[in-house]
Design a binder for this molecule. Structure first.
Ligand code: NDP
Length: 330
């Protein structure tokens, strides 16, 4: 089997030169281990900061070691009584076709009629990020005016839908007409194409003439600055991600930062794992909405292990709509 490894740390946008597909020969299993044939692995924006050296909430990728990340697959070999051959599991050894891991590092997935993709999206950490970011971190309530950026992406497209289900007014931003149409189809009340000409803050002000109660930030930069400008007093900011800044080491000039003080903005960063203890609550609610067809899932699928880097790079050029995944051949 093979895995993608990081061979050099990118400066700016990552390129194929930073990555190499390497053979990882399958050793015999040790006691307590399982072998999993991956059906899908996830590519996620946070993997870009993991390519840098330095401290974060998750260790950087090691040079010349296989990269990791969320994956789903079936057990093909086992030396543990926790799993039998054929069991469906999720785990953290993505970026490869076959994973060998300790059984306790795999999460059993229910044998229900739901496609593997769901467990890397709405019923995985993406769902937790949208659910807890909106309801717990931003404390969003029915009637709130909520702005969410990267609204056609994995997290953003869920935020739009669950905010709508809870009776909020939603403004979503995305790049390009096609993505904006998609965001509208999810139930957003106003859509802003951030790539269209003109200052973003003016467009946001027009969409929210009375101001924002909540901003769910996926991109940082200009859109975060604009949201501070248009925020109401005491409004709540869930700072989820800052993808517009991940490939850059140049600081962005914010002109509205002092509104944090004057408008008493509540700006809170979070990581989905902060809410692991409440995972059951999220799964129950999201599972209910999915089972009733009240949440639509959209995927951009890249076929074959070789397409891993292309799938990952697409996140930074907006090549994905919904969740970006790599599908592995059978
Ligand atoms: P997405 O599926 O949203 O993919 C990324 C999207 O970001 C692209 O499709 C693109 O959409 C948009 N984008 C890329 N570059 C820029 C830019 N310069 N300016 C504005 N938008 C840009 O990814 P995810 O849903 O997985 O992640 C969204 C955000 O949430 C990321 O910042 C990520 O780091 C964060 N995150 C945080 C978690 C947490 O626990 N805190 C967990 C998961 C994700 P477009 O075409 O519209 O530009």
């Amino acid at each position: 089997s093979c895995a993608w490894t990081l061979v050099s740390r990118p400066k700016g946008a990552p390129t194929l030169e930073n990555l190499a597909l390497k053979d990882i020969s399958d050793q015999p299993l040790n006691d307590g281990e399982i072998r999993v044939k991956n059906s899908f692995f996830s590519v996620d924006p946070y993997m870009r900061p993991r390519m840098n050296e330095g401290e974060s909430y998750i260790a950087p990728f090691e040079l010349n070691e296989p990269m990791t990340g969320a994956a789903v697959g079936r057990v093909i070999e086992t030396r543990s009584n926790r799993f039998k051959v054929g069991d469906r599991v999720s785990h953290f050894l993505g970026w490869r076709d076959v994973a060998t891991l300790k059984a306790e590092d795999a999460l059993p997935l229910p044998d229900i009629d739901l496609k593997d993709e769901y467990f890397l999206d709405v019923l995985g950490t993406i769902g937790m990020t949208a659910y807890f970011g909106l309801f717990a971190v931003a404390e969003a309530r029915p009637g709130d005016v909520v702005f969410v950026s990267a609204a056609a992406g994995a997290v953003g497209s869920l935020v739009v839908q669950i905010a709508k289900l809870r009776g909020m007014t939603i403004i979503g931003s995305a790049g390009g007409t096609e993505k904006c149409d998609f965001v509208r189809s999810l139930g957003a009340d106003h859509v802003i194409d951030y790539k269209s000409p003109g200052p973003f803050q003016e467009k946001l002000r027009k969409a929210a003439p009375d101001g924002l109660d909540v901003y769910f930030d996926n991109v940082g930069g200009e859109q975060l600055d604009a949201a501070m400008g248009v925020a109401k007093w005491n409004s709540r900011f869930a700072i989820c991600g800052m993808i517009s800044m991940y490939n850059s080491d140049t600081p962005i000039g914010f002109s509205n930062l002092s509104y944090i003080i004057s408008k008493r903005l509540q700006v809170r960063g979070f990581i989905n794992t902060d809410f692991m203890a409440r995972r059951g609550e999220c799964l129950a609610q999201m599972g209910y909405w999915v089972s009733k067809g009240m949440i639509k899932s959209r995927y951009t699928i890249f076929d074959s292990l070789e397409k891993g880097p292309e799938a990952f790079f697409s996140l930074f050029s907006g090549g994905n709509t919904g969740k970006a995944l790599v599908r592995l051949g059978s």
